[in-house]
Design a binder for this molecule. Structure first.
Ligand code: F6R
Ligand code: MG
Ligand code: MG
Length: 372
């Protein structure tokens, strides 16, 4: 079997009524561009949206970080941006931080998750798309699906899974290059947990099977604020996960999303909120959130995709959505106080910093005993 590359490139290029969702015309412009220009480059593609972001999933044989593939997707997003501008959409082109294309879109704003694989006879995989949150949002679900038998029964029941997995974790605070560490389960599970507790800094970039060496997971690790040097929106990460047989089953990958764990993002990218699993093409609403994630399952043959199965479109998840919505409501009840709003280091709107600088000048140190 020939090698196949899966690529997701996703960006916010403008949305209706604030940061709700892209317009049909913008989506059509992106799709038309990909369809017309795909030529022999792309085997198949899927285009959809999650909140205010448009994602392009392509299959091809060009490998990861391929200039032609990235250029095609970048130009499709630029074509969409033109339409977004013409319709007066909010934040038109906002994630295309660098206008001139140079080599690949990593570091230019869009989120990228790619994986080159030796296609198995049947190679089911999941594509995840999140909005109003950051790449570390996938840390806990990945830990639970790949290292905890409470979610991954296969770690007990399937010998190849029991051999464990290699986690590649990136320190995204380091901006001079990719600073990574490789840790393996089960031996180094606690070390992995020690890093993954910090979702803003240490991010799972990829996971490999120790039984076969095959790559199972690829997560986008771009942090927009490290590119732009200032707040330009949350990173809204994407992820690819291959499933079944020697990898966790699809249901084991989905299981942790029933938790609705608190992640950063939400309104102005400056709050904590529970990650809500939603159906495909869901929009943003309450308090510019809540942080959402959708998951599409695909099968493929030589890179030719089936239609997506919408993983969170099922009655069980309706019940989960109710429960997680209650978590969202609870944390919102305390507004700006304590853990509801992010700590200063993660707060990317600068307004409050200016206020604090001004107030600092008005602070006085009281002379001892002179309490008046
Ligand atoms: C968060 C996000 C929104 C905006 C908010 C204010 O990722 O995109 O919550 O931060 O709607 O947007 P501006 O400052 O553009 O009015
Ligand atoms: Mg946005
Ligand atoms: Mg977004």
């Amino acid at each position: 079997m020939a090698k196949i590359t899966l690529s997701i490139i996703k960006a916010d290029i403008g949305s209706i009524g604030g940061h709700i969702k892209p317009s049909q015309k913008v989506l059509a412009a992106v799709e038309n561009y990909v369809r017309k220009k795909r030529e022999k480059l792309i085997i198949d593609y899927y285009i959809g949206y999650t909140g205010d972001d448009i994602a392009i999933l392509t299959t091809h044989k060009k490998g990861v970080l391929n200039e032609k593939i990235h250029k095609l997707c970048f130009e499709a997003l630029l074509a969409g941006t033109q339409v977004a501008k013409s319709q007066g959409l909010y934040g038109a082109g906002q994630d295309l931080l660098v206008e001139a294309f140079s080599g690949n879109v990593k570091g230019m704003g869009p989120q990228v998750a790619e994986m080159e694989i030796e296609e198995r006879e049947a190679d089911p995989f999941l594509a995840f798309f999140a909005d109003k949150t950051e790449p570390g949002a996938y840390n806990l679900p990945l830990y639970l699906s790949f290292a905890d038998p409470m979610h991954c029964a296969g770690l007990i029941l399937a010998p190849k899974l029991k051999k464990g997995f290699k986690f590649v974790i990136m320190d995204v605070n380091y901006t001079q290059g990719d600073k990574i560490i490789e840790l393996v389960t089960p031996e180094e599970t606690y070390d992995i947990a020690a890093l993954l507790r910090d979702n803003g800094r240490y991010i799972v970039e990829s996971i490999f099977s120790r039984a076969s060496g095959e790559q199972v997971v690829s997560v986008s690790t771009t942090r927009l604020h490290n590119i732009a040097g200032k707040y330009v929106g949350k990173d809204d990460p994407v992820m690819l996960v291959r499933t079944q047989r020697d990898f966790p089953a699809t249901g084991e990958i989905l299981s942790p999303y029933a938790i609705g764990h608190f992640v950063s993002g939400f309104m102005r990218g400056s709050h904590n909120g529970p990650l809500l699993p939603v159906k495909k093409n869901s929009q943003i609403s309450f308090f510019d959130g809540p942080p959402i994630v959708n998951s599409l399952a695909f099968s493929m043959r030589q890179g030719k995709l089936t239609e997506p199965a919408d993983c969170f479109d099922q009655p069980y998840w309706d019940y989960i959505r109710m429960k997680i919505s209650q978590k969202a409501e609870e944390i919102r009840r305390q507004g700006f106080s304590g853990p509801a709003m992010l700590p200063m280091s993660e707060l990317e709107y600068t307004g409050v910093m200016e206020t604090l600088r001004d107030l600092e000048k008005r602070f006085k140190v009281r002379k001892s005993g002179a309490r008046k």
